[in-house]
Design a protein around this ligand. Sequence first.
Ligand SMILES: [Zn+2]
Length: 448
Amino acid sequence: MSENYSRGQYQPSPHARTAPPHLRTAPARRQASGHAPSPQRRKPKRGGSREGRGITLIALLVIAVIVGGGVWMWLNRTVYVSVNGQSAEVKIDSGLTDILSVTGASPKPGNLVSVGGNVLEEGGGTAFTAKVNGDELSEDEIGSFRAKGNEVITFGDGTDVTEPSHEEERESQPKLEPAASVGAVTYVSQYGKTGRQKFTVGDISGEAVEGEVIEPVQNVKLESVNVRPDNGRKVVALTFDDGPSKYTQQYLDILSKYGARATFFCLGSQIPGRENLVQAIKNQGSQVASHTQNHEQLTLLDPDALRSEVTQTFSAISSAGGGDTTVLRPPYGALDTSTWAASGGTFSASIIWNLDSLDWELPGVDAIVENSTQGVTNGSIILMHDGGGNRDQDVEALPRIIESLQADGYELVTINELLSTDSRIPESVASGNATVPEGHVWATEVVE
Ligand SMILES: [Zn+2]
């Protein structure tokens, strides 16, 4: 404590320490040196004088302005480029859009187009294309191009831009391929299969463009032929429509007498109360098939009525003991491809005829025999009736027809047997009971 106190006595007063020692001493030195220049005076002083410092600052500023201005001028200098064969002066680092506007070149812009190639917006594509020194630039390169001088630039018309789109997987439904020819027997030669395919769908247009096929679609196919036995047999098929009726049993007795078989195209509406006849046809060895429920012209019906006309009769035949069948004789022989398409695949074969007895005109026994036998060939199908009116002429004509045909060496067979003699016709069709197989589908529309 006493030591600190004694030091304090020798310390200068606080006021005397307001300036640093060298500044305090400077005036004293100046006074002491007098007028004579001292060596210290010639030595440059730190910071120089007030005037000196100002000059230095101005000089620096001038240099900065000169240098900065030079740099600015350098950075903003113009360069020469060749645009579409003409020299053009442009600011260095100009982009292509600026160069285009300076030179007044006017390429035609592309369009915005749909995935299907239709124009959605005129001029909605890229503004231009550009080649630089012979190289075609990409969109990105066009965006990033900066002129450095001496480039040879060629502007071209803009390109089309396709609308945004997305991928979709869609099912393709089989269509119905009509038969290439027209014969007495038309049948399903191939059932359909649903396909799956990728599509590119335009987000603006909604257009769908076909892409990769994942599962190929299989169309339904029809074939139509006149039967040409190719297994050495000589066969003819007698067919009787519009029954069963009170005449049917007489027909069966005649057939049995000659060891012949035939096909009865029954009307569903005729079956109730005559189920025993349906069964008798089958028992005799002949075939029962459908002539529809109510003898409506199928081509005039809507799809529901059409299917009902067909399937009701198949059910009635089966229930009566006539066997399972999907063979149809359309009333009036009227059936077209669109009716096939609307059928839902409910029948497998449509059987028309090669010879028409014209028995429904009641032309007399001789005429019926002649109509049914003249011009017959191997595989012929002959049309007669066992229902729909008075059939006395048929009952009289039938033995003579059978005798005549047998005398010519023909076997009288059912439609199923007839179909099985022609190797072009699939066995499933000749079975008389083909249906849409498992894993297959029917067509929804006809191939255009
Ligand atoms: Zn009929």
